[in-house]
Ligand binder design. Structure first.
Ligand SMILES: O=P(O)(O)O[C@@H]1C[C@H](O)[C@@H](CO)O1
Ligand SMILES: Nc1nc2[nH]cnc2c(=O)[nH]1
Length: 310
C-alpha cells in the first residue's frame, strides 16, 4: 500500500474551496514584508487563510498576512494567479520544511513561474532606498555549510534531482520581462536595478562590520528570507524571479569614528561630539514597503501579463 501524499489534504481543502477556474494558477507571487497589497491587482479574488490549510504555519511578522489569495490578472479571461500573503521565516521558529511547504503546494497546483518579493537592506552604496533590485544571484551563508539548506534530508520525490544546480536559479526569461515591463510603465532608469542577494538567518540586523563583509563578498542587498523558497522552487522545476525592495542602507560611510581620538580631543580641551550610529527598525522597512507598494504592484502585474502563457 502506498502512503498518502503529505500534500493531499492541503490540496483537497483547496479543491473544496475554490472555483475550478482558479484552482490551477499559472503564476505564483510571494509577498514580502509590507507588500501584501501586491495582490490587490487580482480580480475575482478568493482568499484562503493559512489556518485552514494543513502544513501551513502562521506568519508572526508584522506586515505579513497569513492567507493565500487566488485570482485573475490581465485582460480577457485573465491569467490565474495565486499570491502568498505572508511567508514564514526560519527566525520565527518555523522548521525549514514549513518555510517551503507553500512553495511545494504552489508547484503541485501547477504554478510554473514564481515571482518572489522581499524587503532588503542595501549593501551596494549605489542602491538608493526604494530601488527595486532584480536578483541575479544569491549568496546563502546558512546554506553553504550550515543546517539551513531546505534540501537536506531524504528526497521529497524520486522525480526531483538529488543535486540541484543553482547556476541558473534566477530565470533570464523573467528578468528580461521585468526590465521590459519597467520600460512599458515608464519607470525611471534607476527605479529598477540588478544585484546579488545575501541570505542571513536574522532576526538581528547586521552590524556595520557584517555589512562590509557581505559587500566585500559580492552581495548588493541582504535579507532574511527568499533563498529557501528559491531553492525549493528550482527543485520543483519552476522559473523563478526575485524582486527585492531596498528599504534601508546597511553599509553607511564614515560610521567608524574613533572614540580613542575623540577622547584625546576631549582631553586636549577641544569640543567633541560622540558619533550616533543610525539604526534600522522593522517599522522603517514597512514604511518603505507602503511607499513603493503601488510601483511593485504595477510591475508584478505587467510582468505576469507579458509572460507567454501557452
Ligand atoms: O519577508 P521579507 O524578507 O520581505 O522581510 C524582511 C526580512 C525580515 O523578515 C524583515 C526585517 O525587517 O523584513
Ligand atoms: N538582514 C536584513 N534584512 C533586512 N530586511 C530589510 N532590511 C534588512 C536589513 O537591513 N538586513
Amino acid at each position: 500500500m502506498t502512503s498518502p501524499s503529505p500534500y493531499a489534504s492541503t490540496l483537497d481543502v483547496l479543491a473544496g474551496l475554490l472555483p475550478p477556474h482558479l484552482l490551477q494558477p499559472r503564476v505564483g507571487i510571494v509577498c514580502g514584508s509590507g507588500l501584501s497589497t501586491l495582490a490587490s491587482s487580482l480580480r475575482d479574488v478568493h482568499e484562503v487563510p493559512y489556518s485552514a490549510l494543513d502544513g501551513f504555519g502562521k506568519s508572526t511578522v508584522e506586515g505579513h498576512k497569513s492567507a493565500l489569495a487566488f485570482g485573475l490578472i490581465g485582460p480577457g479571461e485573465g491569467i490565474p494567479v495565486v499570491a502568498m500573503l505572508g511567508r514564514f521565516h526560519p527566525y520565527e521558529g518555523h522548521k525549514l520544511s514549513t518555510v517551503v511547504y507553500p512553495i511545494r503546494i504552489l508547484a503541485k497546483l501547477g504554478v510554473r513561474d514564481l515571482i518572489i518579493t522581499n524587503a532588503s537592506g542595501g549593501l551596494n552604496p549605489n542602491l538608493a532606498v526604494g530601488t527595486i533590485v532584480v536578483i541575479q544571484d544569491h549568496l546563502a551563508l546558512p546554506n553553504l555549510t550550515g543546517p539551513l539548506n531546505p534540501l537536506l534530508g531524504p528526497q521529497t520525490s524520486p522525480d526531483h534531482p538529488r543535486f540541484v544546480p543553482l547556476s541558473d536559479a534566477y530565470s533570464t526569461k523573467l528578468r528580461r520581462l521585468a526590465f521590459l515591463a519597467a520600460h512599458d510603465l515608464s519607470f525611471d532608469d534607476d527605479a529598477l536595478a540588478e544585484g546579488v542577494y545575501a541570505w542571513v538567518s536574522g532576526p538581528t540586523y547586521e552590524t556595520p562590520a557584517e555589512g562590509r563583509f557581505l559587500r566585500a563578498a559580492g552581495a548588493d542587498v541582504v535579507g532574511m528570507s527568499t533563498v529557501p523558497e528559491v531553492v525549493v522552487a528550482k527543485e520543483e522545476g519552476m522559473e523563478v524571479m526575485v524582486l527585492s525592495l531596498v528599504t534601508n542602507p546597511v553599509v553607511i560611510p564614515d560610521t567608524y569614528r574613533s572614540i580613542k581620538e575623540e577622547v584625546k580631543a576631549e582631553l586636549a580641551g577641544k569640543p567633541v561630539e560622540l558619533p550616533v550610529m543610525p539604526v534600522v527598525s522593522h517599522d522603517d522597512v514597512l514604511a518603505v514597503g507602503r511607499q513603493k507598494a503601488e510601483a511593485m504592484k504595477q510591475l508584478v502585474a505587467r510582468i505576469i501579463e507579458m509572460i507567454p502563457h501557452v
